[in-house]
Design a binder for this molecule. Structure first.
Ligand code: GLN
Length: 198
């Protein structure tokens, strides 16, 4: 099964590596284009999307990331990672770049204006065993989605988990909860299973 990379420029990289390993994957940090080339799937962690985007550009990773995602590499983004996988960003930092791939518009810090951080039970389609504990930290929400995007979960009337083909994104941080079901879903997607739409 494929090695899963975790984009290791900024953010909660170690937590994603641990969650992927707990879900049965071989996981490695990715900082260089050569490391990206060896990865069969990629997690973009939570953190600060403006910083991750700037560092990706500085490390020569932005174009390789776009090319791999376009070519169908499975990818999962949590929070800042969701923002980086969005085709369009609202309330982005000045000239904020994105990797893109998911036909959606996300609004940065959308929940954070009222509540800097909160937890909520979230029912995620395709994840059995009851709701996941959603940890929202200055989280984005999904403002709108294109026809090819499947909304897997909503909170307060806004999509907070989405999937488009081999791309998965959540507003919240399952890597911080010790519940590895979303990582297991992504590992299954990266293995070529959990395919298609329900
Ligand atoms: N607000 C952050 C951003 O815009 C995301 C926060 C997070 O990843 N917890 O990148």
């Amino acid at each position: 099964s494929p090695v899963i990379g975790v984009l290791a420029l900024q953010g909660d990289v170690r937590e994603h590596l641990a969650a992927l390993r707990a879900a049965g994957a071989e996981a490695r940090p990715v900082r260089r284009p050569e490391e990206l080339a060896e990865a069969g799937g990629l997690v973009v962690p939570g953190g600060e999307s403006t910083t991750i985007a700037k560092l990706a550009a500085a490390f020569g990773l932005l174009e390789p990331l776009r090319a791999r995602v376009r070519a169908g590499m499975p990818a999962y983004g949590s929070c800042a990672g969701m923002i980086l996988l969005a085709d369009k960003i609202l309330d982005g930092g000045d000239g904020q770049e994105t990797v893109g791939g998911i036909d959606m518009t996300v609004r940065r810090n959308a929940f954070g204006r009222q509540n800097e951080s909160f937890e909520a039970a979230v029912d995620v389609a395709g994840v059995g065993g009851g709701p996941v504990e959603g940890v929202f930290i200055r989280a984005p929400w999904v403002e709108s989605t294109g026809a090819g995007v499947e909304v897997l979960a909503e909170h307060a009337g806004h999509p907070v988990a989405v999937r488009q083909g081999a791309l998965l994104a959540t507003s919240f941080h399952p890597e911080l909860t010790g519940d590895h079901r979303l990582h297991a879903l992504f590992v299954e997607m990266a293995r070529g299973g959990a395919a298609g739409h329900r």
